[in-house]
Write a protein that binds this ligand. Structure first.
Ligand code: ADP
Ligand code: MG
Length: 384
């Protein structure tokens, strides 16, 4: 039975009626890593893995929701003190509350949903869940909040109801995602632009190391501080520099003696990454995926050797990709574990995946997981 039938059947058995289908997606980020807190670009796209929900207004002041994947039901009211205990339900509750805070109408509704974004793998299953419900509520209650507000509702849900202080990229990509397009988002101005991404003859595949090293959160704060110090030093000579992404490479050289060699390397990575995003933008306009791939390798090098947020497992996968003639490969996300994102020619795909599984298992004792992704639509109503 296909997923929509399964959802509909469950919905009818629980609530006796039927509703409308809504869906949204997880996301990848092609390039632009650790740039979001430096006022730089990110370059995400929605993927063909997401959340699908059937939802109907129920005429009460209670929300009833059932998660197929957790096989659990919840019922909650819409006041601040009604927060449910189940973690998955807190996302839905948070979206309701954040909508209300923005003057959106929300009353009781019924929902059944399921998803296929792997949890915690760096593909943002939580953003898929938030944006499905943010979009659905906006549609069902005719709130007419704009798409940016819907993304913000998801982000604020993470901040205020889950305790994850994330940036806007995941929810932005999930709400704005479009089939065959990546979205370049300027995290300083929030300007964005769609770029064509139709790599015919290539596959996009994530190889999940399934490791997460403890270092991640302290290292993240240290990197942020390094970037702030480097930007402050440059600003003394160039007052227009508010963020590291505003700085030219030469301006960094001017302060080489004033900042630590470590801060210098961190800044060198960030300034290089801003340029790589621009190079990738041009390459995508031309349909030049070989250049895109080369930039991905350069990003990996920078993240590994300058920014120092890679780890043995990810460097191993990256090297292996090079050896298998994979067009582009880099660590995706914050680092210290998680996935590499790989752009690989169709004819080399099987050999690469086989090699990655065998060699990685020989070295680290477990196989990596593999997720093929296709750039797809984000939040939407599903018709038939
Ligand atoms: P990710 O990196 O995938 O976003 P998070 O820890 O931020 O990982 O979010 C995962 C959480 O999102 C899960 O623990 C669950 O509460 C919720 N979630 C994601 N997908 C589903 C799903 N298919 N069904 C129910 N809840 C889900
Ligand atoms: Mg998440």
């Amino acid at each position: 039975m296909d997923l929509k039938n399964k959802i509909q059947e469950k919905f009818t058995s629980l609530y006796g009626t039927a509703g409308e289908f809504f869906s949204s997606a997880g996301r990848i980020n092609l390039i632009g890593e650790h740039t979001d807190y430096n006022g730089g670009y990110v370059f995400p796209g929605a993927i063909d893995k997401g959340i699908t929900a059937m939802i109907a207004v129920n005429g009460t002041d209670k929300v009833r929701a059932y998660s197929i994947d957790y096989d659990e039901s919840v019922e909650f009211g819409l006041n601040e003190e009604d927060a449910p205990k189940q973690s998955w339900a807190r996302y839905i509750f948070g979206v309701c509350r954040e909508t209300i805070k923005r003057e959106g109408k929300v009353s009781g509704f019924d929902a059944v949903f399921a998803g296929d974004v792997p949890l915690g793998a760096g593909l943002s299953s939580s953003a898929a869940l938030e944006s499905t419900f943010a979009f659905a509520i906006n549609t069902l209650f005719k709130n007419e909040l704009d798409k940016f507000t819907l993304a913000k509702i998801g982000q604020s849900t993470e901040h205020n109801y889950v305790g994850v202080m994330c940036g806007i990229m995941d929810q932005f990509a999930s709400v704005f995602g479009k089939k065959g397009s990546l979205i370049r988002l300027n995290t300083k101005t929030m300007e964005y632009k769609y770029f064509p991404f139709n790599p015919e003859g290539y596959k996009l595949v994530l190889v999940d190391s399934c490791v997460k090293h403890e270092l991640a959160s302290s290292a993240y704060n240290e990197r942020r501080l390094s970037c702030e110090r480097a930007a402050a030093a440059i600003k003394k000579n160039h007052p227009e520099v508010d963020f590291l992404s505003d700085a030219k490479r030469l301006w960094l050289d001017e302060v080489r003696e004033e900042i630590s060699s470590e801060d210098f390397l961190r800044a060198e990575y960030v300034i290089g990454e801003v340029q790589r995003v621009l190079d990738v933008s041009d390459a995508l306009e031309r349909g030049d995926y070989e250049t895109v791939g080369e930039m991905m390798y350069q990003t990996h090098f920078g993240l590994s050797k300058l920014y120092e947020v890679s780890c043995e497992e990810l460097d191993f996968l990256n090297k292996l990709a090079r050896k298998c003639d994979v067009t582009g490969s880099r660590v995706m996300g914050g680092g210290f574990g998680g996935c590499t994102i790989n752009l690989v020619k169709d004819e080399l795909y099987d050999a690469f995946i086989a090699e990655a599984k065998t060699k990685f298992a020989e070295r680290f004792g477990h196989e990596p997981k593999v997720y093929d992704v296709v750039i797809s639509d984000g939040a939407r109503v599903l018709v038939d």
